[in-house]
Design a protein around this ligand. Sequence first.
Ligand code: ZN
Ligand code: ZN
Length: 320
Amino acid sequence: MTSGFAEPGDLGMRVVFLGTAGGPNPTPGRRGIATALIVDGDIFLIDAGRGVLDRYLEAGLGLEHFRAILITHMHGDHISDLFSFLMYGVGTAHGELPSGTAPLDVIGPGPVHAAVNGSDPFRGPPYPGVGGYLDYSYAGSALTLNSWSIGMPDLRALVRLHEIEFLPGTSRPTGSFEVFKNDGVTITATIVPHLEVSFAYRLDAIHGSVVFSGDTGPSPAVADLVRGAGLLVHEVMDLKALLRAGFPETHAPFFRQIHTDIDDVGPIVRQAGVTTLAVNHLLPPKPTTPKATWIQRIGDTFAGEPIIAEDLMSVAIGKT
Ligand SMILES: [Zn+2]
Ligand SMILES: [Zn+2]
């Protein structure tokens, strides 16, 4: 682990945490959820929460090396700056493109057509997927995009969309499935327990493998996905601290289903046999218990020292 900036031109594979704050509350020092994975200089982004572009630039990452965005699910702390990253970031980095070229892959949930087991207590179906989110954003930004069009590509032409969609009446896969492959990286996904549709992703490259749990309750699906990987990036919450801060006790059982408490991460890691664990998506986003306590509580159930992710922290994977 290093605390320095990533060198995108380097050979090898590394994760750079750009934003590590879970949930909607803005927090000084931690941006919304976004993590960069760099593979031999190519950059993949996992989620695009609040402040992702600023952190991306602060980390010294080059937009010209940007290849793909993976969205785990459609909660705001993971997608709030997706469109602005495309418009201000990738859009300004590319001049007008030859027709038929689309240098950027966007992978994420398709639309949800119906509630799953009535599991969402907050809002009814249906929900747009990542494509619908981008379409509405394009439409709402028409004045901007028309004004800035000189020298910028049509953002819709910039993106190759890969929506993971489950049509009504079809069954959902119970194990992992491939969602993307290019010359250097294969990406597989599995469905995890977090409201309607949420994915954990595994990225395999010649240098090693890393799994991002996304938002999830404790899940054997994550343990299956991570088997043999070098690094697991897993979400975490400190439920006791949330309750002390006034979080309603009545919501606690539901939260235990859709997020993973600090005491429940270790058993997942042990089950998977992964060698390195980093926890992100901190809830509360400004921990009220010392970092050493988090490390000790997670470490009690995991034979290793967990990494508590900070914004701009960099972690190397495998042989570099
Ligand atoms: Zn979240
Ligand atoms: Zn979420």
